[in-house]
Design a protein around this ligand. Structure first.
Ligand code: IZC
Ligand code: ZN
Length: 420
């Protein structure tokens, strides 16, 4: 079999070898490390992963791209399974409020926060949104992200804007090397118009928006911001059950700020993930473990909100909850595309080991998007999404924080980023 791309002499090849399912407990640490590793691709697929030299069955010729992995750490392409990629404007004006101790939910209740991004997103053209999101996607790729989730949610009751955001995400998915998986999140804030009757807006989402999003095939997932002053547990349940009946997979912003019972709801209705979980209860964590609901942890947001509160990642791991880690890239509570920084936060602040962290952004991130059979580990038959880090080992990548360690990114067997 002829290889089209080979990376050889890899100092640390992290394969994440194992079953195509989210890893839990001690399996989170089992990263399938190969010293002096070699990996071969044919087209977009992985055809060999091993140690030392290629076997004689794998051949190379003048057209094969051969990359030297000496001194490098190689991992599966990183999966960012929670972002608000497509939006207009920015919210640096909230920084002063934040520094004055005004809480995120107070800014939102006063008509700022998400509402200010809704205004900017409504005013932006398709082309403007596309160019802005593309710029972010380019940056994400540089940090090693090869698959990203993108939510709508800045149109809310303006359905056309919701559709516009999803259409931008879908077009980026077609054109950009990074795969973009779309999530409909009309239930992101209560529109000012429905402040006194939020159930009316819930009805509109269920009766008008969800069927149309599903019919047009614009999204794979449906998400709800289940939070005090936003959508209640009961409203979230209604929206997510309706979403499932239309073939959209439910996921939820749960217990980010207030312990409302979002984790419990995620377990009750089998969401694929529950995200944030900073204030998740002991019972909620237990129920998630029992049902195998993935906890999508977003430490960059905790850092940015400056509340000093982070999700109880160690407890979740001990209880057997599968964990993923994502940037939550958004203009309000986590304006960064730098997933490597988020990985350092996950380790240094949430006390996850480097092994647990890399698992959370590869195979478990893939599972958080229902893509664990295609991506997330370096195994024969899987898609060749690979990052080469200019880092002598995994610990160094986490420890030397805040910078970009990426040397090369390979997407579907092609080198799509190379540090100059
Ligand atoms: O724009 O503030 N938490 N939604 C829920 C966000 C953060 C995004 C935003
Ligand atoms: Zn979010």
């Amino acid at each position: 079999m002829k290889a089209t791309l080979v990376i050889k002499g890899i100092s640390n090849l992290i394969t994440l070898k194992g079953e195509n399912r989210p890893r839990v407990k001690d399996d989170l640490k089992d990263i399938g490390l190969i010293k002096n590793g070699v990996i071969a691709l044919q087209g977009e697929k992985i055809i060999y992963v091993g140690e030392g030299e290629l076997p004689p069955t794998i051949t190379i010729d003048d057209s094969t791209i051969v990359v030297d992995g000496n001194g490098k750490t190689v991992t599966p392409g990183l999966v960012d399974s929670h972002t608000h990629l497509v939006h207009g404007g920015s919210r640096e004006h909230e920084l002063a409020m934040k520094l004055n101790g005004i809480p995120y939910l107070d800014i939102l209740a006063a008509g700022g926060g998400i509402h200010s991004t809704v205004k900017a997103t409504r005013e932006a053209s398709f082309g403007e949104l596309y160019e802005k999101a593309k710029k972010s996607l380019d940056k994400m790729l540089e940090y090693g992200i090869t698959t990203v989730e993108a939510k709508s949610g800045y149109g809310i009751d303006d359905f056309e804007t919701e559709i516009k955001q999803l259409a931008v995400a879908n077009k980026l998915n077609e054109r950009h090397p990074v795969d973009v998986v779309s999530t409909f999140m009309g239930a992101h804030a209560i529109p000012k118009k429905y402040k006194m009757d939020s159930d009316k807006f819930v009805e509109i989402i269920i009766d008008e928006m969800l069927p149309e999003v599903a019919h047009r095939g614009l999204a794979k997932f449906c998400d709800v911001f289940c939070e005090d002053g936003v959508f209640s547990v009961d409203q979230s349940r209604r929206i997510l059950m309706a979403a499932r009946s239309h073939g959209l997979i439910p996921r939820i912003h749960a217990d980010e700020i207030v312990s409302l019972g979002g984790a419990e709801l995620a377990a009750e209705i089998n969401c694929i993930t529950a995200d944030h979980l900073v204030a998740a209860s002991d019972e909620g964590i237990k129920l998630m473990a029992k049902k195998g609901i993935i906890a999508n942890l977003l430490p960059g947001t905790s850092f940015n909100l400056q509340t000093g509160k982070f999700a109880r990642a160690r407890k979740m791991v001990e209880e057997g909850v599968p964990i993923a880690i994502s940037t939550d890239y958004n203009p309000g509570s986590c304006p960064t595309e730098n997933i490597q920084l988020i990985m350092s936060f996950a380790s240094l602040i949430m006390r996850l080991t480097p092994e647990e962290v890399i698992t959370a952004v590869t195979i478990n991130g893939a599972a958080a998007l229902g893509l664990e059979r295609e991506i997330g580990s370096l195994q024969v038959g899987k898609i060749g999404d690979i990052v080469i880090f200019d880092s002598p080992n995994l610990e160094y990548l986490i420890y030397h924080f805040g910078i970009n360690h990426t040397d090369k990114v390979i997407k579907r067997g092609e080198v799509v980023f190379s540090k100059i």
